[in-house]
Ligand binder design. Sequence first.
Ligand code: ADP
Length: 160
Amino acid sequence: MKTAIYPGSFDPITKGHTDILDRALRLFDSIVVAVIHNPMKHPIFTQEERMKHIGYLYQDEPRVKVEGFEGLLVDFAKEKNISTIIRGIRALSDFDYELQMSLTNRKLAEHFETVFLMTDEKYSFLSSSVVRQVSMYKGDVSAFVSPYIEEALRKKFQYE
Ligand code: ADP
């Protein structure tokens, strides 16, 4: 069975993330969505909340498993016995960083491969940080996230 890890902050999970995850499900038997706890970042949603959101959206898809991790991705992957990583590419601007990460991971763990999937063009401008900023000022984020995440954002920023 071929399994890959899709790592990220998912703060919150957007339609761009689910677009990549849905594409990955067509290529792999199962996907472990690995939600990062990064003490250097200050997410608006806790790691538990971010995991709960993804679990809710994929509750009917048993091929998606949601897990939290901290530390090096290669260590987490080794622990799970998985050697393939999925990353999404939006635009050329993502490429430098992703290439650097991918080559670093391969230096750390020899048989590690990163599979890059191109997003649907309608999500190429979309990021979690855009969603956070728009919703902080009570803007409409319905084109960017699912209704469940919209509701979670509304609760987080406490408006109706
Ligand atoms: P990280 O902090 O690891 O970049 P993110 O949650 O921002 O975590 O992103 C996780 C992955 O999803 C990355 O590979 C990122 O490029 C990808 N991604 C984020 N937004 C989109 C989008 N709109 N379309 C495609 N891929 C995306």
